[in-house]
Design a binder for this molecule. Structure first.
Ligand code: ADP
Ligand code: NA
Length: 328
């Protein structure tokens, strides 16, 4: 059987936080030997909401540098910037000619985001799932690691591939969603009922992997807790549950081990202090490696160009197959 092809995308829309790191990037790094891995900085997706061009350009470089610092190895995996491979835009058009308006209108994320945007909703926001489908289908992807929130888009991708294959012949491989095995879900420190996200503002919402130790300390110490003193996982107490989730992810312990570890703690203060030290130490190698790589942006740029050069022939072959099948 052919090797599985795993495609993962990340939006360069803000600094990488520990939710991205423990929930996704760490698994990407450890899984590099198990499959053909394609990691894409999806900068064209970022354009579906207004962006400052200079900030976006800087964020693309920062995100790439963080991924390399975290251990994405260009010798094993492909790492590239979406807009460097023009076939993403090209295939989006072909897919838009088989997709129905109603299908896209039913996407939950579109409904939520377009309501939040009010006033002018851009066509790009509506068409976003087509670009995502193109990202996946171009590389004959077999597995797409995604959270629950993206499953609907994977189903749409499969549906579009099936519609296309039925109308024009078997061009596309149907991808499967892959729910990450040890996918920690980290919540916001300021509000542990909402997931930690790049797109949420606030100085103590997230811990970014590049935060200096003092910022990590302030964020953890200010984390919202709940009443009760017992250090235990309990859905009714999202604050302490989130602190434990972060501890488990950073220390590689199970729930039972983490609870046992803190059995003698006198309160949240003890847990927070230990968490600060653990996070500072866990993130130190990444931060140090980042500083080295960031001193040489030309090398990072070259790696991204090499990544794009490596995947472009695959993308070109798929786009050509789709193009010919459609008669153009
Ligand atoms: P964000 O919401 O921070 O912008 P993305 O949508 O770019 O994150 O997701 C990048 C990757 O990080 C995805 O694989 C996603 O599942 C994962 N991820 C994002 N936020 C979290 C979180 N709070 N906890 C765990 N994983 C997360
Ligand atoms: Na996001």
């Amino acid at each position: 059987m052919a090797r599985p092809v795993v495609f993962s995308g990340i939006q360069p829309t803000g600094s990488i936080h520990i939710g991205n790191y423990f929930g996704a990037i760490k698994q990407w790094v450890t899984g590099q030997d198990d499959a053909e891995n394609i990691f894409c900085l999806v900068d064209m997706h970022a354009l579906t909401v207004p962006q400052d061009p200079a900030a976006l350009r800087a964020q693309i470089l920062e995100t790439a540098t963080v991924l390399l610092a975290a251990g994405i190895d260009p010798a094993k995996s492909r790492l590239f910037v979406q807009s460097d491979v023009r076939e993403h835009g090209e295939l989006t058009w072909y897919l838009s000619c088989v997709a129905a308006m109603g299908q896209l209108g039913r996407m939950t994320q579109y409904k939520e985001k377009s309501e939040a945007q009010r006033g002018e909703v851009r066509v790009g926001l509506f068409a976003y799932p087509l670009l995502m489908a193109a990202d996946i289908l171009l590389y004959r992807t077999t597995h797409v690691p995604v959270g629950e929130d993206q499953k609907q888009h994977i189903e749409l991708t499969r549906d579009l591939a099936q519609r296309f294959n039925a109308a024009y012949g078997g061009v596309f491989v149907l991808p499967e969603p892959a729910i990450p095995a040890a996918g920690a879900r980290i919540m916001g420190l300021d509000d542990p009922t909402k997931k930690m996200s790049k797109s949420v503002a606030g100085s103590y919402h997230a811990i970014r992997v590049l935060d200096p130790p003092e910022q990590i300390r302030k964020a953890v110490m200010s984390a919202q807790t709940d009443s009760g003193r017992e250090i235990r996982i309990d859905p009714a107490r999202p604050g302490v549950t989130n602190l434990l989730a972060i501890y488990m992810a950073a220390s590689g312990t199970s729930a039972a081990e983490a609870e046992a570890h803190f059995a003698g703690a006198r309160g949240y203060g003890d847990v927070k202090k230990e968490l600060v030290d653990l996070l500072v130490e866990t993130l130190r190698p990444l931060r140090e490696r980042y500083a080295e790589l960031a001193a040489d942006p030309a090398t990072v740029h070259e790696l991204l160009c090499a990544g794009a050069d490596a995947v472009r022939p695959i993308a070109r072959a798929t786009a050509d197959a789709a193009k010919r099948a459609m008669g153009v």
